[in-house]
Design a protein around this ligand. Structure first.
Ligand code: ATP
Length: 793
């Protein structure tokens, strides 16, 4: 955090727009004039252009003493341009969401009109109905994805097994020709992966990855473009099906949280901007604040449907995604999750021809037949497994970040990204085939836990245990590792499998395909957890407590904790998806917490790492240590571009055209007092100003619009507010006036320039603010703080 910041082009623009003509600026936040040169406005309403660099004259220019010829220039065609934020900054230009409710006069009028008990009750009931709908629709999407993946994977692996059986004769246990099945396998992997990667890359790149970092950023208050559109949902669904069926090292669970979020955002708004269709329902929920709550519910419903774990789903949303919550929201989110799992149960039970709703596939990591028991002397062992998970997870995160950095740098072209996904898919198949070919791991049939055992290079009455691990979806393999009876694999098989999958999943996460990281991480952990149990049993054959499934489960928990750094929700999800007793919660949480603490020592969880490397300005839970001892004046931006309570349309238009801030303090309109010296009355958003100009809500023609204008006028254009480019030049309305009294937010959060930064960070974070005004003792503007000031200063 720098204690002093130099004026940026925008801050100097602010001086000029406000006609403050400072030689130095207000607030400690702005230091001396540097080489930035600008032309001064000739009169109050004249917005000058601004130069980024090339000092030609300064100081005097600021004071208005322009050389005669330059003064002419200043009034004519601007020769200097305002440097936009985007161009000025090397970081992507993410805007914020408005989680603060703008309680302007229009809003209050609506509240007054509807302040009957019946109305509040109705709104509440509608809210519940929306949450229930979100649960149902999310579950239906999850079922569709699930069924398609299961059916296609079954077809694929049956075909491959048949091909193996026919090309490697049963009698031929020493050789046979694996080339043909290998080529088929490559083809059946490459085709879906290439299709999915092409869709993600060419149609909707935001669908790449699990979607959890994006949803998390959205819920934190960062506007991620196109994240909750229907097109995004369609590409995500197809993307995840193709990737899992293609055999990439990933799962559908992460994308399901994103799918749930899109469903929630779509349903709650009662309209689709993609299909230009307004169903004229749920209009009262058309703002960022309301939408955020629904998106949280959608995310929870998505996870619940993906795992068949309602409580885990809700906790996952709270622990990993939500930045704000309250009691009512938790309650509604839980209901959406339960409804989602219930719907899933009905559909899958019906699909599988069951008479009652008892589809065991809901425990999609397989139910343990016997209750899992543990002895107290095992607790340190679980802790050690946790430490191992933390170390492996931290190494995985850092390796994955390096690989993704490499990708960003050296594979920038779209076609290259698709090819890369294809290459990784081929690499996976090749490694699997090599393992199958070189490792001789035959197990007796009958003891066989896999549905379709392959004999491949084994004697009659035997099946190939390596092929069994690879010839199914990663989720089914986790299931096998948890539940296969002791002695189902060789030590070498599991060691190689864990290693190959560790590397493969690391290379896969970050490809331009829709895939989650949960299942491959659990798979790697389950493999090395089971492996450790086997090695210990091999060394000490008398030990009885070494149930391989139990250690696979703890290994999965430890590895998940090391990569994702979640504790509460992961332990509950693992319990719900495997049906273990609550008594086993303790070992799980020990492993998870040890993994998290050890991992946190080295780096952040994979989702936070992704958010950081993509420069998403997400606010952490706690103020950073650097903030300690700082005052608001040391991080604020000043001078501030302000607007008067009654200001000219021309001035507002020029402000919007020439500067790209999204919030402007509104100051009182006292003749002869500069904008920067006015007293703060409120704050107005760029989106509101654009609507005002577009709809000509001027004082001069108020008799036309006043009777028909309400808060709905603004909600109707939400969420895709037009840009200032869509406002025509105001030639005929140049002298019109805008009165902001009824549109501005009259109660923005204000702090004093002396207030401590950790304190104001907490207020900013807790209220989900977008702008915070800093005032002096006389309620005059001293500066402005946005999330960027907390992150980039
Ligand atoms: P957001 O991008 O978060 O939606 P915004 O566009 O209003 O909001 P930022 O992009 O976060 O603001 O602001 C970039 C920098 O400009 C920050 O340092 C902020 O303090 C400053 N800033 C924001 N609004 C104003 C303003 N009206 N006048 C002067 N500086 C401003």
């Amino acid at each position: 955090v720098t204690k002093k910041s130099l004026p940026t082009p925008t801050t100097i623009l602010a001086d000029v727009l406000n006609n403050d003509v400072p030689t130095t600026s207000t607030g400690v936040g702005v230091g001396n004039n540097n080489s930035v040169t600008l032309k001064r406005a000739i009169d109050d309403d004249d917005v000058p252009a601004l130069l980024d660099h090339t000092p030609s004259y300064s100081g005097n220019a600021i004071n208005g003493n322009l050389p005669a010829n330059d003064r002419d220039n200043a009034e004519s065609e601007p020769i200097f341009r305002v440097r936009s934020r985007t161009a000025a900054s090397s970081t992507p230009n993410y805007e914020s969401l408005d989680y603060e409710v703008c309680e302007n006069m229009l809003f209050q009028e609506e509240q007054r009109k509807s302040i009957t008990e019946r109305f509040s009750l109705r709104k509440d009931i509608i809210r519940w109905i929306i949450f229930i709908q979100i649960g149902i629709i999310t579950a239906l999407i999850a079922c569709t994805i699930d069924i398609i993946i299961e059916e296609l994977s079954e077809l694929k692996y049956l075909f491959l097994m048949n091909s193996v059986e026919s090309n490697v004769p049963k009698s031929d246990i020493t050789g046979g020709d694996l080339v043909v099945p290998f080529l088929y396998w490559i083809l059946l992997s490459v085709l879906p992966v290439a299709f999915g990667a092409a869709m993600v890359t060419y149609i909707e790149p935001i669908t790449a990855g699990s979607g959890i970092p994006q949803v998390k950023s959205y819920l934190n208050g960062v506007k991620i473009p196109r994240i909750v559109r229907i097109k995004t949902l369609a590409v995500k669904a197809i993307g995840v099906i193709t990737s899992v069926v293609g055999g990439l090292a990933g799962g559908k669970e992460g994308p399901m949280i994103h799918a749930g979020a899109v469903v929630a955002a779509g349903i709650s708004q009662g309209k689709s901007t993609t299909f230009v269709k307004d169903f004229r329902v749920f209009k009262a929920f058309r703002d960022d604040h309301e939408k955020r709550d629904f998106v949280l519910g959608g995310g929870a419903a998505g996870v619940s449907a993906a795992f068949g774990a309602p409580i885990g789903g809700m906790l996952f949303s709270l622990e990993e995604a939500a930045s704000f919550w309250n009691q009512n929201l938790i309650w509604r989110t839980l209901v959406a999750s339960i409804i989602s799992v219930f719907t899933l149960n009905i559909v899958l039970s019906t699909y599988h021809g069951l008479n009652d709703f008892t589809f065991t596939g809901l425990f999609n990591l397989g139910k343990f037949d016997q209750p899992l028991k543990f002895d107290y002397f095992e607790l340190p062992i679980f802790m050690l497994l946790g430490v191992t998970g933390g170390l492996l997870g931290a190494a995985w995160n850092s390796l994955n970040t390096k690989i993704n950095g490499f990708r960003k740098r050296y594979i920038p072209w779209k076609f290259g990204k698709v090819c890369e996904a294809v290459v990784v898919a081929m690499l996976g198949v090749t490694l699997a085939c090599m393992m199958i070919y070189f490792i001789n791991d035959c197990r007796p049939l009958g003891n066989d836990p896999t549905i379709h055992p392959v004999q491949l290079f084994c004697e009659d009455n035997e099946y190939n245990a390596v092929a069994a691990l690879w010839f199914q979806t990663p989720e089914a393999t986790v299931r096998s590792l948890f539940h296969d009876p002791p002695g189902s694999h060789k030590i070498l098989t599991l060691a190689m499998f864990a290693l190959v999958y560790y590397v493969l999943s690391c290379a896969t996460f970050g490809l331009n395909v829709s895939l989650g990281v949960f299942i491959p991480t659990a798979l790697v952990g389950a493999a090395w957890g089971r492996l450790l149990a086997m090695v210990t049993f091999y060394l000490f054959p008398e030990t009885e407590f070494l149930h391989p499934g139990k250690y696979a489960l703890i290994g999965a928990a430890a590895n998940l904790g090391g990569v994702l750094r979640m504790t509460i929700s992961l332990s509950v999800i693992l319990m719900e998806t495997t049906g273990v007793e609550t008594s086993f919660f303790f070992p799980l949480i020990i492993a998870l917490i040890s993994a998290k603490w050890v991992g946190d020592y080295f780096n952040e969880g994979i989702y936070d790492t992704q958010i950081e490397v993509n420069h998403v300005p997400m606010l952490p839970w706690e103020p950073l240590p650097q903030y300690k001892g700082l005052r608001a004046r040391e991080i604020l931006s000043s001078p501030v571009v302000c607007i008067k309570l009654r200001d000219s349309a021309h001035y507002i238009y020029n402000v919007l055209k020439k500067c790209d801030h999204n919030g402007f303090p509104v100051v009182d309109d006292v003749k002869g007092v500069r904008r920067s010296e006015g007293r703060v009355c409120g704050i107005v958003l760029r989106s509101q100003l654009i609507v005002i100009l577009l709809k000509s809500l001027y004082v001069e023609n108020s008799h036309f619009w006043l009777p028909n204008t309400s808060i709905q006028t603004f909600r109707d254009v939400y969420p895709r507010y037009p840009s200032i480019k869509s406002v025509r030049k105001l030639d005929d309305k140049i002298n019109y006036t805008v009165d902001l009294a009824m549109f501005m937010n009259p109660s923005p959060v204000r702090v004093n320039a002396h207030d401590s930064v950790p304190r104001i960070f907490q207020i900013f974070r807790a209220l989900g603010l977008r702008h915070m005004l800093v005032i002096n003792n006389e309620n005059r503007i001293a500066g402005i703080i946005t999330r960027r000031d907390f992150i980039y200063k």
